[in-house]
Design a protein around this ligand. Sequence first.
Ligand code: KG4
Ligand code: ZN
Length: 333
Amino acid sequence: MRVLGIETSCDETGVALYDTTRGLMDHIVYSQTALHAQYGGVVPELAARDHLRKTLPLLDTLLARAATTAGEIDGVAYTAGPGLIGALLVGAGIGRALAYAWGVPAVAVHHMEGHLLSPLLEDPAPAFPFVALLVSGGHTQLVAVRGVGDYTLLGETIDDAVGEAFDKTAKLLGLGYPGGAALARLAEQGRSGIYTFPRPMTREAGLDFSFSGLKTAARLAVQKAAGNAQAYADIARGFEEAVVDTLWIKCARALSATGYQRLVVAGGVSANSRLRARLSSLPDTTVFFPRLEFCGDNGAMIAYVGALRLSAGETAPLAIHAQARWDLSAVGK
Ligand code: KG4
Ligand code: ZN
């Protein structure tokens, strides 16, 4: 079965072809970062309009590159949520309409399930069950994963997502938007231990996170540093170490609570090298990450989940449906 995947939930247009025999055939990601940079964040209406401009031309390029004709596509998967509703509706509308025109089934995919299962595109792929740490611009979640569609939320952020905290702190340091990767680069020039920021919610029991206090602590430090370049780098380093430490502690706790020995880390922040290195040191645990190009939003993860779900007989009704909010635990098997 050959499945076309379409991702348009935020500011990346992603398209991909996944074949259940051949594996991932090709994928393309177009990032709107430059479009939103001048506003310091994603502008939903501009995002939706740009997806509308880019999706069909990207699909043409994808099919040409993969030497695939429309007649060879057996199903279409699109991200139906969670995300920006206008942006989602573009991908859902195009995906649903193409499937109808081609006379093949369509399937609505949960964006976070895409991230969560993205390490299954790698070799070796993690076996079930595993704990998943999902860290992106909009989500910070620990999930117990027993199989496809069998998810229990163990903990999540009560305020900012990790990626959001990275982006807001990066902005304070004058690094532009989205600043997670730039902050990580600046942290390389910073010294460890000059700034020690809080490890939020690690003293009390539980698996929830909070990152807004950490961001405030970083803001106060930035104000005091008053533009000193070395101090800015030291703050970036201290901030990154506090985040990574906090995530390490909560992952260790989730692994011991579930008794699982495998950890999957996915979402945009899983590209962070310090996080990857530190989590790889968790005792008695095998840690799985997607390759760097699949850490951020992409169509490959959507085509892959779509292929799993279509193979299991799931299909979306004819109506075009997308939802901004969608609880991951509510996704069926
Ligand atoms: O998964 P993603 O591409 O989009 C969402 O679904 O949110 O995640 C984007 C987030 C942004 O906040 C970005 O700053 C962050 O991932 N990010 C990083 C790194 N690369 C991207 N954060 C820390 N270190 C990085 N290397
Ligand atoms: Zn994402």
